[in-house]
Design a protein around this ligand. Structure first.
Ligand SMILES: [Zn+2]
Ligand SMILES: [Zn+2]
Length: 272
């Protein structure tokens, strides 16, 4: 089995439903190799949704001591999922230096300053325009921020689209993808393959649900070897969701390892 590098608990992520006990029990039941907890940290989150989108990091490291104890033999990695906005890069880079995180995911949940989860208006614009701009922002993010390990769900923008063909493709914005992928390679970071994104496509009945082959081929061609599997679980029913299938798919492009992080150092476990 695998290490799942992207998960949330209800203790520190306001949109998650599982407790750490449920998380650890489910991992053990599935005989997973390891699990990373990556709680949401959205500095200056633009929407008032009644819950803070940042958490007290000191309290996190204090409380998760009990989690590690409960996990016992199961490797449990203490991570964070940072929500990008351009003006936060320097702040995040400093903040991540101050704490002993195992893994840092950097994600962008915003399009033109709004989360498409709440604001579906962005999908009224032309699909190519929206996707190009989103990937352009991801490229900025990968270039401007430094103190992170993994670029989270590059396909977040297609999750809530009503388009009958919502998948994001390399051909839609090759220059922007090249900037993003080159930054990941140059900085020796990791590209996340988010299996919740695949699952969401299938829930909508969309057959074209796996990441675009051209994106994966281009990443490999540019020297990209680091990929991580993340289920983005918010409850205990989706851990390692579709991992064997997606891992087998990724191996066809030449990728051999699932990357996970311990003390901010990359490790690899065999994909197949
Ligand atoms: Zn996310
Ligand atoms: Zn997440």
């Amino acid at each position: 089995m695998y290490t799942d590098t992207h998960n949330h608990t209800k203790h520190f992520s306001s949109d998650a439903r599982m407790t750490y006990i449920e998380l650890i029990d489910a991992c053990k039941k599935q005989e997973m190799r390891g699990v990373a907890v990556t709680e949401h940290y959205e500095g200056d989150y633009p929407h008032d949704i009644g819950e803070p989108q940042v958490f007290d990091i000191d309290r996190y490291f204090e409380e998760t001591k009990a989690w590690l104890e409960y996990a016992g033999d199961l490797p449990l990695y203490r991570g964070i999922e940072l929500g990008y906005q351009k003006h936060l890069c320097a702040f995040y880079d400093d903040l991540m230096d101050k704490y002993p995180f195992d893994e840092v995911i950097l994600s962008n949940h915003l399009y033109k300053g709004k989360d498409p989860y709440f604001f579906r208006d962005c999908y009224k614009e032309d699909k190519n325009t929206v996707y190009t701009r989103y990937i352009e922002e991801l490229a900025d993010m990968a270039e401007l921020c430094n103190n992170y390990d993994i670029i989270g769900h590059f396909d977040y923008i297609n999750r809530y689209s009503e388009d009958p063909n919502p998948q994001i493709k390399y051909a839609q914005c090759p220059e922007s993808f090249d900037r993003l992928l080159k930054a990941i390679v140059a900085k020796d970071k990791t590209l996340e393959i988010n299996t919740k994104s695949v699952f969401k496509m299938r829930q909508k009945g969309i057959e074209d649900s796996l990441p675009d082959p051209e994106i994966l081929n281009r990443y490999y061609e540019l020297g990209g070897r680091n990929i991580s599997l993340g289920s983005d679980s918010h409850d205990d029913t989706t851990l390692c969701l579709l991992f064997p299938e997606v891992a087998a798919y990724l191996s066809k492009f030449g990728f051999t390892e699932n990357s996970y992080y311990v003390g901010r150092k990359r490790h690899g476990e065999p994909l197949v």
